[in-house]
Design a protein around this ligand. Structure first.
Ligand code: UD1
Ligand code: CA
Length: 454
């Protein structure tokens, strides 16, 4: 039978070095709060429940995450007396009798599910305590894994370590896993007899050994356990996340000529055989379908780009932009809350907002949907096969019929029937031979002005 699993996310840290009004674990990586990345990893590793330990005054954490961590339980740790003390703040969740208990840090968002699966496999093999170790370039500040005869016997924090212990390069990544039956008794046995006077969760290693229980260390890649303490760390973590995601996209069949310049959101979905040119930025909620091409310097959020559709260069798709297959949105166009029908073209210098555009319509350069009257937004409907001449203003609410024409430079305020041609501009008048007379007049005026000055 599958083992049940609880993940406790420690999120009580102040994060003072972030110099931020925002609690540290709410700082986003790829647009998602760090603590939510951790919860997603826990779920992916089969965790049935998540318990979040937040600090005094950390209601902001709870409020900000509650929509994103459905079903999580919340536990306040009013005073930060150490990692073991923090875990015990979630005693109510622990006492529900889960087989596996994982402890993760809310400021360590890059742990991959495989690491947690491996830790759980060790628990299933009979370990009472599992420690996730790593080998950083510089071990300063980390707890060291003390091994004897190839077995983990203790974890020593930097400030409590001897010089010899400090020379050990194998460090504690912070994440630990406990057998759920033993966790309460092990954690309760932890004291605070150390330099910092804190209750160290890592002391569970020695206590478990003394009771003849099995303790195991597994090694994780350095990248998985890198934590965030400063804005610099946050940027470094973001860079790792972006690199991993680009690699994943490439492996899944997405073409990118300069992947290092493409920035994804945590929820960006790109199908195989889509192509992304350099310098493209994805905000939240974007889906790009097979065969679509996102050209250079485009910014997309809340948008769907249909099969074979083309966007950019220099295009902006805002929330609610829905491009059907083979539609085109070209350079210096902005599209918001609008359906662009199959094969329709919005190619140059255009704003389309609150609109429904039929299949095969052609929207000329400089077309503007005047969707806002200062109070409300109104809909523009453009029929299939319609042709909107360049530099037209469509004053919503307004409807252009199927296969209708709107002549260039029109300001359309009334419905245009199917197959009609709308002229909504002043009629052209030509005055034969007027240009030379006009020039003569302007020239004389300029000379008169000059003579008066001299
Ligand atoms: C901890 C480990 C250390 C490991 C390092 C990896 C312990 C005793 N030490 O040290 O071996 O090398 O992580 O980064 O576990 N927290 C609370 N409440 C508390 C104390 C901490 O919620 O009372 C949270 C913090 O917000 C943080 C995490 O637990 O997310 C780790 O605490 P921190 O004080 O940063 O531990 P380190 O000294 O870094
Ligand atoms: Ca830390």
């Amino acid at each position: 039978m599958a083992r049940s699993c609880l993940t406790i996310i420690l999120a009580a840290g102040q994060g003072t070095r972030m110099k931020s009004a925002l609690p540290k674990v709410l700082h986003p990586v790829a647009g998602l709060p760090m603590a939510a990345h951790v919860a997603a990893t826990a779920r992916a590793a089969g965790s049935d429940a998540v318990a979040v330990v937040y600090g005094h005054g950390g209601e902001a954490v709870r409020d900000a995450l509650s929509g994103k961590l459905d079903g999580a339980s919340w536990h306040e740790q009013a005073e930060q007396l150490g990692t073991a003390h923090a875990v015990l703040a979630a005693r109510e969740a622990i006492s529900k009798g889960y087989d596996d208990i994982l402890v993760m840090f809310g400021d360590t968002p890059l742990v991959r599910p495989d690491v947690m699966r491996e830790a759980r496999a060790k628990l299933a093999d009979g370990a009472a305590v599992v420690v996730v170790g790593f080998r950083p370039d510089n071990p300063f500040g980390y707890g060291r894994l003390i091994e004897r005869g190839g077995e983990l016997v203790a974890i020593r924090e930097e400030r409590d370590a001897t010089d010899q212990e400090r020379s050990i390069s194998y460090c504690n990544g912070g994440i630990m896993a406990f057998n759920g039956n033993m966790a309460p008794q092990l954690l309760d046995a932890i004291g605070n007899d150390n330099t910092k006077g804190e209750y160290y969760m890592t002391d569970a290693v020695e206590i478990a050994r003394a009771r003849g229980l099995k303790v195991v260390a597994i090694e994780a890649p350095v990248e998985d356990v890198v934590g965030v303490n400063t804005r610099g760390d946050l940027a470094a973590v973001e860079a790792i996340w972006q690199r991993r995601t680009r690699e994943k996209m490439l492996a899944e069949g997405v073409t990118m000529t300069a992947p290092d310049t493409v920035f994804f959101h945590h929820d960006t979905a790109v199908q195989a055989d889509a192509s992304i040119e350099p310098n493209v930025v994805f905000g939240p909620g974007v889906t790009v379908k097979a065969g679509a091409l996102i050209r250079a310097f485009s910014h997309l959020e809340g948008a769907t780009v249909g099969e074979g559709a083309e966007v950019g260069p220099f295009a902006r798709l805002r929330p609610g932009a829905e491009l059907s297959s083979n539609a085109k949105v070209g350079n210096f166009c902005e599209v918001k809350k609008a359906e662009i029908g199959e094969g329709a073209k919005v190619n140059h210098l255009t704003y389309i907002g609150d609109a429904v555009i039929g299949a095969g319509a052609n929207i000329g350069a400089g077309t503007i949907t005047c969707n806002y009257d200062g109070y409300d937004k109104h809909l523009t409907e453009i029929g299939a096969g319609a042709f909107i001449g360049s530099n037209s203003a469509l004053v919503a609410p307004v409807k252009i019929g199927d296969n209708a024409y709107v002549s260039s430079g029109s300001v359309v305020t009334e419905a245009v029937p199917d197959d009609a041609v709308a002229f909504a501009r002043a009629r052209q008048v030509n005055k034969d031979g007027l240009a030379p007379r006009l020039r003569a007049r302007f020239k004389a005026a300029k000379e008169a002005k000059k003579a008066k000055k001299d």
